[in-house]
Design a binder for this molecule. Sequence first.
Ligand code: GDP
Ligand code: GDP
Length: 449
Amino acid sequence: MPRNAVQPLDKFFNVMSLVAIVGRPNVGKSTLFNRLVGQRQAIVDSTAGTTRDRHYGKTDWNGKEFSVIDTGGYTVNSDDIFEDDIRRQVMLAIDEADVILFLVEVSTGITDLDTLMADILRRTTKKVILVCNKVDNYDQIYSSHEFYKLGLGDPYCISSMSGSGTGDLMDAILEALPAETSAQYEDDLPRITIVGRPNVGKSSLTNALLGVERNIVTPVAGTTRDSIHTRYNKFGMDFYLVDTAGMRKKGKVTEDLEFYSVMRSIRAIENSDVCVLMLDAEQGLESQDLNIHNLIVRNRKGCVIVVNKWDLIEKGNNTMKEWREFLMKKLAPFNDIPIIFTSVLNKQRILEVLQTAVRVFQSRKRRIPTSEFNDYILPVIEETPPPSTKGKYIRIKYAMQLPTPTPQFAFFVNLPQYIKEPYRRFLENKIREQWDFSGVPMQLYFRAK
Ligand code: GDP
Ligand code: GDP
């Protein structure tokens, strides 16, 4: 499609900022994380039916939304932590985050590990906020002055336990976040990203699809960092590919830890519409893969699963079917996802990956007119009504798709509190049977009529 044929509707896409909490073990990182994110997370989780990640989540302050990650949650968190672990934790936070909260603890004073971290943090151009935790009473504020010696300015005194001082800290975080957090697009094209563990074949796929010269149409200006979205026009498709950190900084640090794959995927996932989650057929499905899948679902992004290196697998008549069934079981409850078996090496089915990602992008935007939706779903409900609870009849009178960027459906019920998870899932499956939402997470809400 020629560019000027694209609808002139300006599209603003929020580029999510990332705040990382670093600090040695026991300074209170996870307590602070829960304080900043916990409350809101609980609300989101109860409706979305997703698993809770205790180390990564979104929060907002004065209407501005951003992500927070507790880096300690992904690293070895014991007292005999190695200097190297700390060093890597800090380096990665510097690479990936926009703002770094460096947590120290008032009662212990400055420890060797604090000094080590401060030495690294002083050298970065990223915003670093020094936070002195466990300041539970006024007297302790005096002791906090010592931390000025770390060379990172005056510390913000907080008590993560009671929450005191965290409001001021949030103000400081907002101030430090990059001003420009939305990129402007002149179009409504799919933003696709390829994610997965190291060595599954992400760069090989990118190169096979786009060639080494990469057919760049235009890089998008205005993103907070070096052009993370690049626009391509290939195979009759017009799309953006979001560069993953894994490609940028390949092999720079040991990447076998869960933390690295999570940390490196977050930004790419948040800033895309559809994520291609790549697996290595020889290695199967590991906890890191499930973590990335979970990140995709929690961010309500479209998902395509690619099982790569299919050439290395000994295949029988049912190998693909067995793989499919195995993956479906592991990825439940959200397992209505297209799965493609590729060999990038042999260029097998690689175009299908792109085509499928574009299809998922379209499905994710699908709007079902209210009358069409009710014409289908109300008879389904009549045939299989929600089971009555405590002798009470539960009636769903009416339903609709909400005008949200990702598929969400509201059901108006006399007693919404009695609709249980199995029935919610039943309705979701019925919706998926009727319309193609493959690869698209959806939310169902039950509201009082
Ligand atoms: P992490 O290892 O850095 O994630 O530290 P945690 O969040 O697990 O906290 C370590 C210990 O410090 C726990 O026993 C917390 O209850 C305690 N703690 C955290 N924040 C505070 C605080 O503001 N005041 C006090 N007195 N204790 C705290
Ligand atoms: P990334 O770290 O996920 O970007 O992975 P790479 O694209 O660098 O690939 C890692 C290794 O796997 C390289 O040696 C590739 O040549 C190899 N590889 C990639 N795709 C395939 C495939 O389909 N079959 C086989 N046999 N090897 C592959």
